[in-house]
Design a protein around this ligand. Structure first.
Ligand code: FES
Length: 145
């Protein structure tokens, strides 16, 4: 049911934990299941130098957070914003359809952390919207394969 990469990132998550004095912190909840994710960013010269996450959620949420942090580390803020939940799922060799909504947590938490970073530094990032309170079910339709 899960790819080897999902199992690998679930059993051996990368970048788990928190960053003290993070430049941006984003927390989101998944309204469908009640799971929560928080992402911490360290940003220098518009580049994500370090990223950590904490997930109170299912295995797919842990695996997608882990992969998302791997994908954004070392990237510029703009490059990080281009990484979608579908790209994270693809990097994991796919997710079962019923678990696609879990991958939204990572994308939304990352966007919320970047939003927080931008707010703290008075930066306006075009196209970046304020974090939502909760991720809603209908958004999982984004990933049609
Ligand atoms: Fe909640 Fe996966 S079941 S994030």
């Amino acid at each position: 049911m899960y790819s080897e990469k999902v199992m690998d990132h679930f059993t051996n998550p990368r970048n788990m934990g928190e960053i003290e004095n993070a430049d941006g912190v984003g927390t989101v909840g998944n309204a469908k299941c009640g799971d929560i994710m928080r992402i911490y960013l360290k940003v220098e010269n518009n580049v994500i130098q370090d990223v950590r996450f904490k997930t109170f959620g299912c295995g797919a949420a842990v695996a997608t957070s882990s992969m998302a942090t791997e994908l954004v580390k070392g990237k510029t803020i703009q490059q990080a914003l281009e990484i979608t939940n579908a790209a994270v799922a693809e990097a994991l060799d796919g997710l079962p359809k019923a678990k696609v909504h879990c991958s939204l947590l990572a994308e939304e938490a990352l966007h919320a952390a970047i939003w927080d970073y931008a707010q703290k530094n008075g930066i306006v990032i075009e196209g970046l919207e304020p974090p939502k309170e909760d991720i809603h079910e209908e958004e999982e339709d984004e990933d049609e394969d």
